[in-house]
Design a protein around this ligand. Structure first.
Ligand code: WTA
Length: 633
């Protein structure tokens, strides 16, 4: 692919070109793909209206670019290595030829079952090859996939199905995760009680569990796949036709269905993958994320396949059967690029380096991190024990909304610096803005991170709610995309992302909005009101601290019982990842005179920064602060 940056001088040159002549820059990259019809117009945009169109007039199918065009040259090369949860189960090595066959069969099945171009298909699957097949089959027929992480609860699943009016759900009888099996079909059955749009559910056999199949609605997938034709002519998609919806937490209200469109996402996924991982022919690349998150979409499926790479898909968890599972897999497949989350690094570091030292990691060339800021200690551990001080670490900053990596070092080119995501990729124009909306120049170094020019991978809207898209990302700083993150910039121009500036908290790399969790807690009959804040946690990065006021006084025993009930409710309605690590019952919450909860104070108390509470005398109820401090957990 063109514009693969090879040294720092070239990096600055290309960055300059991309800034001066963005259309020329992206044209050269877009020309490396297969189009059934070339675009008329590279870029049309108005950031104030959040209206962005790339490659308008073009026609293509992303699966032709992920699969068909590789067949001639590397049909027998492995596209996906599937490593099962249990190391005693044999892996699957799926070649590009086999991937083509599976995706085409699946496309035929979806089509026979009534899915048409533009329909939404909800995918609720464990990390098994069928997940990749389904996603690609949707893209092949022009249906919009909406993958929901298989750790989400029935009601979280139902709300996502309803929001996008999905016509179909593709799921499994269950999933394996470490020593547990998860009853995915049971969760889907429950979710479908509260939805009306789903006409058909296709079910993959994975665990062999005995599950309830609803007559007339649910079908086993394997029988249909065997009978299906192994070719499906790819649907011609317009550049700006939606490719997928992926939900991400908002600071208020229900999750936002971020919509990514076909051509821009494709160009950006491929471009960023190539540059950030410096993948070379015959390398084996592994991203440990789940396809339920954007990282899995872009850097397990689309980015690697667009580049004709070999990508590993791992069903299990880092701690099963033991804490060396990741390193055992690295050794087994001689992984060259390894991409994971700081949370995973911290939790494995805690178990000691002997788990790493048991394995030969000499194949590794590039290490990556994503999803949250990486602290210096974890960075050093990763660098020393995993990378053996030989492998550059690419700390990649990006978001569900950005579609692909925005700020990251180019390995072997950008000198790395612990905790810094470093430079933007060429074509990305970040800016730091102050509260007044002025861009902060070189000599002041911290502000709200914005992007001042469109890039092809950016989300185009929120499903069914363009106004919310404008309000969330484009209204605060007109003419800019506002990320919701704050960042520092050092004199060399390196960016360091310092964290969210809204009420989204990143726990173990997962974005959680506080409002939806508070809503769940407030529904409990004993609860009057609640406020959740994040506090820093050694392994998870952040954990949740809930301050809860009760309607009536409860005994100690009743309070313990209530704590369990609250976390149970959260697990059922949001998902187990959103459970509170600490809960404090209090008689009231600190409020401003207009009745707004002062979360800043609650955050400081949770962090133990009791000398930094600031002036509390202007509160409506300053006396409650003492009580909260006294009973802090
Ligand atoms: C955070 C994940 C610091 C950030 C791809 C962002 C990071 C949010 C980094 C998006 C990083 C992601 N350093 N913070 N390298 N990468 N974040 O949508 O707060 O799940 O806004 O996308 O994660 O999370 P999302």
């Amino acid at each position: 692919m063109k514009h693969q940056v090879r040294d720092l001088h070239e990096y600055f040159q290309i960055r300059e070109l991309a800034e001066q002549q963005p259309e020329k820059f992206w044209t050269a990259i877009a020309e490396t793909f297969e189009w059934t019809k070339k675009w008329d117009n590279i870029l049309d945009y108005d950031l104030k209206k959040a209206d962005v169109k790339w490659f308008e007039g073009g026609e293509l199918n992303i699966t032709e670019n992920c699969i068909d065009r590789h067949i001639e040259k590397r049909g027998d090369q492995v596209a996906i290595i599937f490593e099962p949860n249990d190391p005693s189960e044999k892996e699957q090595r799926i070649t590009y030829n086999e991937l083509a066959e599976q995706v085409n069969r699946m496309a035929n099945v979806l089509c026979q079952e009534g899915v048409e171009k533009g329909d939404r298909v909800c995918v609720y699957l464990p990390m098994i090859p069928e997940l990749a097949y389904t996603v690609l089959a949707c893209a092949r027929i022009g249906a919009i996939h909406s993958v929901v992480f298989a750790g989400f609860s029935a009601s979280a699943l139902a709300s996502r199905i309803n929001d996008a009016s999905c016509k179909m759900v593709v799921t499994a009888d269950g999933g394996f995760r470490g020593d547990k099996t998860i009853d995915l079909k049971g969760i889907v059955n429950k979710a479908l009680e509260d939805t009306s749009s789903v006409e058909r559910t296709l079910v993959v056999r994975r665990t062999g569990a005995d599950v309830h199949m609803e007559n007339g609605r649910d079908e086993w997938l394997s029988e249909k796949l065997e009978k299906a034709n192994s070719f499906f002519a790819p649907e011609k998609m317009d550049s700006e036709d939606p490719l997928f919806i992926l939900y991400t937490s908002g600071s208020t209200g229900k999750p936002k269905g971020m919509v990514h469109t076909t051509a821009g996402y494709m160009v950006y996924a491929a471009y960023s993958f190539q540059n950030v991982f410096q993948y070379e022919a015959d390398d084996v690349y592994w991203c440990t994320a789940d396809i339920g998150w954007i990282t899995g979409h872009t850097y397990i499926v689309y980015g690697p396949l667009l580049n004709g790479a070999t990508t590993v898909m791992f069903e299990g968890v880092p701690s099963y059967p033991d804490f060396d599972r990741f390193w055992q897999i690295v050794e087994k497949y001689e992984i060259n690029q390894f991409y994971t989350a700081p949370t995973a690094i911290r939790s494995l570091a805690k178990q000691g380096a002997e788990h790493v030292e048991k394995h030969d990691l000499s194949s590794l060339k590039v290490l990556g991190t994503v999803g949250e800021p990486i602290n210096e200690e974890a960075w050093n551990w990763y660098h020393h024990h995993v990378g053996q001080e030989r492998c550059p670490i690419v700390d990649t900053w990006w978001q569900t909304e950005t579609g692909g990596i925005m700020i990251a070092p180019i390995p072997f080119t950008t000198p790395t610096k612990a905790t810094y995501a470093s430079f933007p990729l060429p074509g990305v124009q970040p800016a730091l803005l102050d509260e007044e909306g002025d861009e902060i120049g070189d000599n002041v170094v911290s502000g709200n991170l914005c992007i001042k020019f469109p890039w092809p991978g950016m989300a185009r809207t929120i499903w069914n709610n363009h106004q919310r898209y404008i309000d969330t990302y484009f209204a605060r700083y007109p003419g800019y995309y506002f990320t919701g993150d704050a960042a520092l910039r050092d004199p060399a121009g390196y960016y360091r992302i310092t964290g969210r500036v809204d009420d989204v908290i990143i726990v173990s790399g997962h974005n959680l909005g506080t409002a939806p969790i508070e809503n769940v807690i407030n529904e409990h009959q004993n609860v009057a009101e609640s406020a959740i804040v994040g506090y820093s946690h050694e392994v998870k990065g952040n954990a949740l601290y809930g301050y809860i006021t009760l309607k009536n006084e409860l005994s100690e025993e009743e309070q313990d019982h209530l704590r369990n009930e609250i976390n149970g409710l959260i697990a059922d309605h949001v998902g187990p990842i959103a459970k509170l690590s600490k809960m404090q019952f209090t008689s009231s919450l600190p409020k401003t005179r207009s009745g707004k909860i002062m979360r800043r104070i609650l955050r400081k108390i949770a962090a133990g920064e009791l000398d930094q509470l600031g002036d509390t005398s202007t509160l409506l109820n300053p006396e409650c602060v003492e009580e909260i401090i006294e009973n802090r957990v």
